[in-house]
Design a protein. Structure first.
Length: 409
């Protein structure tokens, strides 16, 4: 599932997929959102998907968003946001809030949340600062608490910066990818580059940066972790707040079927779904408090924070939803007590076997033998010195040197 459809004029819109999935995506096992569904499923929270639109069929009948999809405006062309020629917006929406299918396939992170579709791109999926700015404002005016920006732009624009401020003032947290899908980035993109926007990068199943990973220098943190090292021009630094799975995900597309999706925009969808879970349990959180909750409860990368490639770490729905509220000790205790109960229902996560320890043990044994030999030689030398000193002392008392020869008068 690509972010754009460059051949739309020649071949038309994306065709439905004949592929079906009968198991959850690895991202669902990684994030374990079902562990907190007894506490929150995102009910009462609206997430705006600002991008190519969302297929109206997903919101009716047996669709993944049946009864929870509102079609907002189309800002380029005619009609509403219920036409998704590219399919990208539909995939994002189902990753956020798709219902769990009966066959056990992939579901959204917050399956009770509502989706507001805002089409801010043309039929090929291309957008610009004006379309995004208008889309963000429309999402905020539509009552969304979370705004997922599907596609970034390369340059800042006053209209877009004003729209970000407008959305924040209206109580909507903007979640945006740190780069376009499947493309390297060499500078910040927007709106992720603006303060107040939660900037999201993608990781693979091994936890390393994936896709358009971000680094502070070529061969930097992203390269060391096995991701795509990206050089950033001097004086222009990219910011990453949190990460989420964004490689080889399973997502629904327009007209049905399952597509494989990769890129930071899909990671941003999982973060937006996590934010919906948090608001479903703690609806009084402000935009700043919600963003801080997601950052402060992220799974730490074990490096200096924020890490240039992964920010504060991988978003963690279980900890984010169960984090103590600021309302008082009673609420904090109740939240803390609820987390282990919910987490007990999670599917087990497969942990890779530990690395082969034989080389380490062999090196330790060789080192131990070497050190032991050196210690013995040191002791022998010390014993020899002590012996010579004692012999010299006796010789002095007897009037002879240490070799038994008479001492000089």
């Amino acid at each position: 599932m690509s972010q754009t459809l460059s051949d739309v004029r020649q071949n038309g819109c994306r065709k439905p997929s004949a592929r079906a999935a009968d198991r959850p995506s690895w991202s669902q096992v990684f994030l374990r959102p079902e562990a907190v569904w007894p506490l929150s499923r995102g009910a009462g929270v609206t997430v705006a998907v600002i991008g190519s639109g969302v297929d109206a069929g997903a919101g009716s009948g047996a669709g993944a968003l049946a009864g929870r999809l509102t079609l907002g405006p189309r800002l380029h062309g005619d009609g509403d946001a219920g036409r998704d020629c590219v399919g990208h917006g539909t995939a994002l929406a189902t990753l956020v809030a798709g219902r769990r299918p009966a066959d056990g396939g992939p579901s959204g992170v917050a399956p009770a949340a509502k989706v507001l579709a805002v089409a801010a791109a043309d039929d090929a999926g291309s957008t610009n600062a004006d379309l995004l700015a208008r889309g963000i404002r429309a999402a905020a005016d539509g009552g969304a608490r979370i705004g997922l920006v599907a596609a970034p732009i390369a340059e800042p624009a006053p209209a877009l910066a004003d729209a970000v401020g407008y959305a924040t003032a209206k109580g909507m947290l903007l979640v945006a990818p740190v780069g376009p899908d499947n493309q390297a980035v060499n500078a910040p993109v927007y709106p992720a580059g603006y303060p107040g926007v939660l900037a999201v990068a993608a990781i693979g199943a091994d936890g390393a940066p994936a896709g358009s990973g971000v680094s502070d220098s070529a061969g930097g943190a992203a390269g060391r972790a096995g991701g795509a090292a990206v050089a950033v021009a001097p004086g222009r630094t990219s910011r990453v707040d949190v990460t989420a799975p964004g490689e080889g995900l399973l997502a629904a597309g327009p007209g049905g079927g399952t597509f494989t999706a990769s890129g930071p925009s899909y990671a941003a969808a999982l973060v937006a779904g996590t934010a919906a879970l948090v608001l479903g349990r703690s609806p009084s959180l402000t935009v700043e408090q919600l963003a801080d909750r997601l950052r402060s409860t992220a799974y730490r990368p074990g490096t200096a924070l924020p890490d240039p490639a992964v920010g504060w770490g991988a978003v963690d729905p279980v900890t984010a939803v169960g984090a103590p509220a600021a309302a008082g000790a009673a609420a904090a205790g109740a939240a803390a007590a609820a987390v282990p109960t919910a987490a007990a229902t999670a599917e087990p996560v497969v942990v890779p076997p530990p690395p082969d320890g034989r080389p380490v043990r062999l090196a330790s044994a060789v080192t131990g033998v070497s050190l032991g030999g050196a210690a013995l030689l040191g002791l022998a030398a010390a014993a020899a010195r002590v012996g010579r000193n004692r012999a010299a002392a006796r010789a002095g008392r007897d009037g002879r040197d240490g070799a038994g020869t008479p001492a000089a008068e």
